[in-house]
Design a protein around this ligand. Structure first.
Ligand code: BGC
Length: 747
C-alpha cells in the first residue's frame, strides 16, 4: 500500500516537473520570438541606444563626464537603461518618456547599487558573510529586492563576488571575504534572494555578478590598481564565485576596472567572450563598470573612444555604463565595416531579453508602486530580518574574562567612543537610500535594552579621525563612575567601499589612545568595533580581554549589539577574512600553501618573518561563542575511496558550556601530494548547528571526487590519487584530523 502510494507520488512529481520544464521552454521560445520581432524593427542607431546606460545627475555613484540632458537623450532613443534615478515619481516620469515619446516604445531598465538593502539596511556584505547562514543571507537580499522594486528599481548591481585577500582595499566590505568555496555559496544565496524564482514578479529584480574579474587583486590594495594574476590563480581563486552566480541563473555580469594579464577586463575577449559567454555559455547581459569602456584610453590600450568601443564590444561588453563610447562611435564602426552588426544584434538581443524577462514590455510601470513603496519600506517585518542578520554577523573575538554577556548586576554602564552615538556610520558604504535617521545607534540600542534600574553614562571621547584629545578626560570620568565601560571605536562609513583604500589599518585617529586612557582606569572594558574591513588589532588583542567585531550592521545595529551584549543572542559569527598582525604581513589568508621550506620554529632558512608570525592574528573561520563546543574524533566510513564513491565523515559536536548556542562546523581538506601545489587547508563544507547547553549531536559530511579535484589553468579539472587529510572543527586552527587514500580506477 505504502509502496503504491509512493509510486503514485513519484509519478505526480515527475509529471509536475515535466510540465514545468515544457512550460518554461515554451516561455523561453515565446520570449525569443518577441525579442526577434522587436529587433527586426530597430534601426542601427536604435539598437546602439539600447546599449547605452546613463546615470541620473540626482545621486551619481561616480564622476559624471557628460552634462547631457537625460530626458532629451531618452527621447532621442539613445538610452537603454538608467542608474541612480531616485524614487517612484521620477522613475515613472522617465519611463513615460521612453514608452510614449520614442518610436518603438521600448521601456528602460532602472538600476541601482542595492548592495545590502535599499532603505532598511542590512549589515555590510562582509559582515553578513560572517554569519555563514545562507538562508538568512538570501532573506536579507529578498528584503532589499522587495523595497527597491517598490521604488522603481528592477536591476541591482550586486552581488559583488570578488575574492579579496587584501584588507587595505576598501571594497572588501562589499564581498564575502577570502575563500572561494564560501564565496560561491554566498554568491548563489544572494542571487536567489534578489531574483527569486521568477524575474517578472513585481518584487524581484535582476542581479549582477561583479566585478568580472580579479578586481580584488589590485596591487597594494589600492583601488583600480594594476592586477597581475596567473591563469591558475584566476581559475582556482577568482572565477569560482562568478561561475557559481552564473549557475544560479544570475541575469547580468559587470566588467571590472582592472587589467588581467595585461588586458583591461572590459576589453578582454579571453575573459568575457571566451570564458563567460563561451565556456560558461552565459546568456545574459554584460554591463561595463562606470566608464570602464572609456577607461580603456587611460589604460593605454585604446587611442580614443572609437577604439575603446570597438575593443569592448568585440570582447563582449553589451552595455556601456556612463562612458558614452558606444553611442558616439558604434554606428560609424559598423557602417565602416570595422564592427559586425551581428555583434550589436547579439548585445541588443540580450538586453531586450532581460527587459522581457523582467516583464517590462508587459507593464513598464510594474515596479513603480507608490502604495507598496509606502507600505513595505522600513516595515517591521523587514527590520526583524535585518536585526537577525545583524545578530548573526557579529563575531566575538575575545571574552577572556567572561565579562560577556553582561548580567543584571551591572547597574552603571559607561559608553564611550565616537561610534557609540552614531547611527549614520552604522550603515556602511553602498547603503543605497538608507538614512541614519532610520538607524538605531549603539547608545540608543543599549538604552532601549536595559531596565529602569540601570544608569547609562556616555561621553564621545574623541572623533574617529584627527588628533583632538580634549574629550578624553570626560570619557575617563564616565569610566571611573561605571561598573563596565563599553568602548565603541572603528571606522566611519566612507573609510571603506569604493576609492577608500588605506595603508594603515590600526584604529584611525586617537581612538587607540582613548582606549589606553580608559584601560588605565582599571575598569572592565568591552571593546566594540564598527568597521568595514579587517583591522590591525595587535595591541587590542594583547591588552583588552573582551573584543566584539560588530562591523557596520545597518539599520538595526544598536538593537542587535544590545541583543548580543545582554545575552539575548549568543554570538555565532565566524570571520571570513583574516585579520593581519600588521600591514607588512598582507596578504595573509588561511588557505596558504606550504612552500618548499615550510615554517619550523627556531630554524633559520625557512619561510618566515623575523618580526612577526606567518599566520594571521585572527584567522578566517575564527569566532567565539558564550558557550563552548567540543568535537569528538572523526569517523570516516572508509580509508580508501574510489573515484565513483562518496566518503562520509561523521563527527559528534557537544555544547559543553553554559549557554545555548549555534556553531558553524567547518570541513577542510588537504591534498598531500598532487601535480600542482595545493593549500594546506581548503574549505570543502560547513554546517550550522544549534545546540542547547549540554546537548550533543552527530554531524556528517560527504566528499565526492569533485570536492577533491582542482582546476588547471585551461579550466580542466583533475584529481590525484594518494593521501588526503580531512579536518573538521570550529575554525581551521582547532580541528580534528583523519586521513584517507584516493585510489585510481574502478572498484
Ligand atoms: C562601481 C560599481 C558600481 C557602479 C555603479 C562603479 O564605480 O565600481 O561597483 O556598480 O559604479 O554605481
Amino acid at each position: 500500500m505504502i509502496v503504491k502510494e509512493m509510486k503514485r507520488m513519484a509519478l505526480c512529481l515527475f509529471l509536475l516537473l515535466f510540465a514545468g520544464s515544457v512550460w518554461s521552454a515554451a516561455k523561453e521560445d515565446r520570449t525569443e520570438q518577441r525579442v526577434d520581432s522587436v529587433l527586426r524593427l530597430m534601426t542601427l542607431s536604435e539598437k546602439i541606444g539600447q546599449m547605452n546606460q546613463v546615470s541620473s545627475k540626482e545621486d551619481p555613484t561616480g564622476q559624471l563626464t557628460e552634462c547631457s540632458n537625460e530626458e532629451e537623450l531618452i527621447r532621442s532613443g539613445q538610452v537603454g537603461s538608467m542608474l541612480n534615478v531616485v524614487g517612484v515619481e521620477r522613475t515613472r516620469h522617465l519611463q513615460e518618456i521612453a514608452v510614449n515619446d520614442t518610436r518603438l516604445h521600448i521601456p528602460l531598465i532602472f538600476a541601482l547599487d542595492v548592495v545590502h538593502g535599499y532603505k532598511t539596511i542590512s549589515p555590510v556584505p562582509l559582515a553578513e558573510s560572517c554569519s555563514w547562514d545562507m538562508d538568512l543571507i538570501e532573506k536579507s537580499a529578498r528584503v532589499a529586492a522587495e523595497e527597491a522594486t517598490a521604488s522603481g528599481i528592477q536591476w541591482t548591481f550586486a552581488p559583488m563576488v570578488d575574492i579579496a585577500r587584501d584588507p587595505r582595499w576598501g571594497r572588501v566590505m562589499e564581498g564575502s571575504g577570502e575563500d572561494p568555496y564560501l564565496g560561491s555559496a554566498i554568491a548563489k544565496a544572494r542571487v536567489r534572494g534578489f531574483q527569486g524564482t521568477d524575474l517578472s514578479a513585481y518584487n524581484t529584480m535582476a542581479a549582477c555578478a561583479k566585478h568580472f574579474v580579479g578586481y580584488g587583486a589590485a596591487e597594494g590594495g589600492r583601488d583600480y590598481n594594476t592586477v597581475d594574476i596567473s591563469k591558475q590563480r584566476l581559475r582556482e581563486l577568482y572565477l569560482p564565485p562568478f561561475s557559481a552566480a552564473a549557475d544560479a541563473g544570475v541575469a547580468t555580469f559587470m566588467n571590472s576596472f582592472n587589467e588581467v594579464m595585461g588586458v583591461p577586463a572590459t576589453g578582454s575577449t579571453y575573459l568575457v567572450r571566451d570564458i563567460l559567454k563561451g565556456e560558461w555559455n552565459f546568456p545574459g547581459v554584460v554591463v561595463s563598470d562606470w566608464g570602464s569602456v572609456a577607461e580603456l584610453i587611460p589604460h593605454g590600450v585604446a587611442e580614443d573612444k572609437c577604439d575603446a568601443a570597438q575593443l569592448a564590444v568585440t570582447a563582449g561588453c553589451d552595455m556601456d555604463m556612463e562612458g558614452y563610447c558606444y553611442v558616439s562611435s558604434l554606428e560609424k564602426l559598423v557602417l565602416e565595416g570595422v564592427v559586425s552588426e551581428s555583434l550589436i544584434d547579439d548585445a541588443v538581443r540580450r538586453i531586450l531579453r532581460l527587459k522581457f524577462d523582467l516583464g517590462l514590455f508587459d507593464d513598464p510601470y510594474r515596479y513603480c508602486d507608490a502604495e507598496r513603496e509606502k507600505a513595505e519600506i522600513l516595515s517591521a517585518e523587514h527590520r526583524k530580518v535585518v536585526r537577525e542578520m545583524a545578530c548573526k554577523s557579529i563575531v566575538l573575538l575575545e571574552n577572556r574574562e567572561g565579562i560577556l554577556p553582561l548580567d543584571n548586576r551591572c547597574k552603571n554602564i559607561g559608553i564611550v567612543g565616537p561610534l557609540a552615538d552614531n547611527p549614520d556610520d552604522m550603515l556602511g558604504s553602498w547603503c543605497a537610500r538608507g538614512d541614519g535617521k532610520d538607524a538605531i545607534g549603539i547608545l540608543q540600542g543599549i538604552k532601549q535594552a536595559v531596565g529602569k534600574g540601570v544608569r547609562i553614562r556616555y561621553a564621545k571621547g574623541c572623533e574617529i579621525e584627527g588628533d583632538d584629545r580634549s574629550g578624553f578626560s570626560e570619557a575617563v570620568q564616565v569610566a571611573e563612575n561605571s561598573d563596565v565601560v563599553i568602548v565603541c571605536v572603528g571606522e566611519n562609513r566612507f573609510m571603506s567601499g569604493e576609492a577608500a583604500s588605506r595603508t594603515r589599518l590600526t584604529l584611525p585617529g586617537v581612538q587607540r589612545e582613548l582606549l589606553k586612557a580608559i584601560k588605565e582606569t582599571g575598569k572592565p572594558i568591552v571593546l566594540l568595533l564598527s568597521n568595514g574591513r579587517p583591522l590591525v588589532l595587535d595591541w587590542e588583542k594583547e591588552n583588552i580581554g573582551t573584543i566584539v567585531e560588530c562591523w557596520q550592521l545597518g539599520s538595526e545595529a544598536g538593537n542587535a549589539i544590545a541583543d548580543v551584549l545582554f545575552g539575548k543572542y549568543n554570538p555565532s559569527g565566524k570571520l571570513t577574512m583574516s585579520f593581519p598582525y600588521n600591514e607588512g604581513q598582507i596578504p595573509v589568508y588561511y588557505n596558504a600553501k606550504s612552500t618548499g621550506r615550510p615554517y619550523v620554529p627556531n630554524v633559520r632558512y625557512v619561510t618566515r618573518y623575523l618580526d612577526c608570525p606567518n599566520v594571521s592574528l585572527y584567522s578566517f573561520g575564527y569566532g567565539l561563542s558564550y558557550t563552548r563546543f567540543e568535537y569528538g574524533e572523526l569517523k570516516l566510513d572508509k580509508d580508501t575511496m574510489f573515484p565513483g564513491e562518496k566518503l562520509r565523515i561523521d563527527v559528534s559536536v557537544a555544547n559543553v558550556g553554559n549557554y545555548d548556542g549555534e556553531e558553524t562546523v567547518q570541513l577542510y581538506i588537504r591534498d598531500v601530494c598532487s601535480k600542482i601545489t595545493r593549500p594546506e587547508k581548503e574549505l570543502k563544507g560547513f554546517k550550522k548547528v544549534f545546540l542547547k547547553k549540554g546537548e550533543r549531536t552527530d554531524i556528517s559530511f560527504e566528499l565526492s571526487l569533485a570536492d577533491l579535484e582542482y582546476v588547471l589553468a585551461d579550466g580542466s579539472r583533475e584529481s590525484d590519487p594518494g593521501l588526503f587529510e580531512v579536518f573538521v572543527g570550529g575554525n581551521p586552527d582547532d580541528v580534528k584530523k583523519a586521513e584517507f587514500i584516493l585510489v585510481q580506477g574502478d572498484k
